[in-house]
Design a protein around this ligand. Sequence first.
Ligand SMILES: Nc1nc2c(ncn2[C@@H]2O[C@H](COP(=O)(O)OP(=O)(O)O)[C@@H](O)[C@H]2O)c(=O)[nH]1
Ligand SMILES: [Mg+2]
Length: 231
Amino acid sequence: MKTTLVLMTFNEIECLNLIFDKIPKPSPEAGYDEIVAVDGGSTDGTVEFFQNKGVRIIGQSKKGRGDAFMQAFKNLDSDLLIFFSPDGNEAIEDLPKFKNIIKSGADLVIASRMMKESRNEEDDQFFKWRKWANNAFNIMANLCFKKTGPFIYDSINGYRALTRQAFERLNLTAPDYTIEYQMTIRAFKNKLNIVEFPTIEGNRLAGDTGAPSIPTGIRFIKRFLSELFGK
Ligand SMILES: Nc1nc2c(ncn2[C@@H]2O[C@H](COP(=O)(O)OP(=O)(O)O)[C@@H](O)[C@H]2O)c(=O)[nH]1
Ligand SMILES: [Mg+2]
């Protein structure tokens, strides 16, 4: 099963400088055969960084994290894509888990920030606004769309792996940060085998999120409604 580790970047040079060399080289133990970047039009040296490291870059014709998922499947020939955001949030030591779980029969594997053994970026704050909002959207997805299988704790997290076979069934359309939510909801609708494992989410190492809470929250509500009422 040919597997690609897909690095998702938009102006991530500061974090890449800290993280890239910690990512294991492709090997059977690492759980992937190649590393490719999908870049959303960075202007901060991210593209040049990848060029210097000899990492293939897939560009995007339009902006958005959702479009990046689409471009990855369109431009790669792998059977399995593991999506990794090099900003400090995602635990590198989890990388080998994805392919192993896929091999045991999963279609979609999600690193979960919401299970008992997990950590969420906001867990050391008193007001966990983003975490609470994510949990609310997550419960709505489970209640309204899940037909079979266990409760899924983190339908939104970007740290995940999806098989090409599953991707082809889902007809994803979300161009933005709601892509993962749409992917999980459509996986529910199609009764795909979704498997989660607990992850320890780190804090962003530098820079800032591109997903401001209120506008992103509104997009999630719209995404939920369009999945519910069929667009
Ligand atoms: N390829 C691509 N990556 C993006 C885009 N927007 C954000 N990213 C990357 O997606 C990851 C997560 O983004 P971030 O803003 O940290 O969102 P958060 O983790 O939900 O707060 C980071 O590695 C970003 O560089 C985009 O338009 N295209
Ligand atoms: Mg992040």
